[in-house]
Design a protein around this ligand. Sequence first.
Ligand code: URA
Length: 242
Amino acid sequence: MRLDKLLGMLGEGTRSEARDLVRAGRVLVNGVPARDAGMQVMAGQDSVALDGRALEYKPVRHVMLHKPQGVLTAARDKKQPTVMDLLPPMYAAMGCMPAGRLDKDTEGLLIITSDGQLAHRIISPKKEVGKVYLAHVDGPLGEADIRAFAAGLHISDSDGEFDAAPAVLEILSSAAERSEARVRVTEGKYHQVKRMFAARGVQVVYLKRLRIGALALDPALAPGQWRELEDDEIELLETEAD
Ligand code: URA
């Protein structure tokens, strides 16, 4: 591909910025200063360096994002900010997409990947990859709720009807006006967790995804922050360990 295109994919700016870098002699291809931003390079084979720093070409990218509240889980939206707006444009250019969806007001772990198969593994209910959420609700929770979640709730509301797969509810605290719980589900239907609690007569007032399968949200990431996944973390997702 063209050198300026590759530099763009590596996150080093737009094509015209890449041209300026080349003109300024700051880009080396196989150790030799590049003369022409339009020269052909083999991504992953030719070595490309900027200001003496080798640029690493990865054909596949996986990102862990701590999704903040107020941002849509979508590739793009004309009016509202999306999770892709939180990443350098290189990731969208490489075909990275969110693997599953968190509601606009939900925060927590979101994987954004250019690997469609991995995304499918994370999302597909058949794979039964557990997703663990922290939920705050506006009423009390008790043993009967634990049993109802475990048995599989029947959901019937203005958004439709379905039988939720069995889920694990762990009550962290319970009081008349506010309770906190962890819930593990293996599906991701529209507003799934909120609708499950609503079926038990309480409303979710705060929701955060803590884990996908064996992969936990990195506590070092504040809402809005992201990093690429480490190889062992990708393996955790691929082995479905849970
Ligand atoms: N369940 C919900 O209700 N919302 C989310 O964002 C994720 C799971």
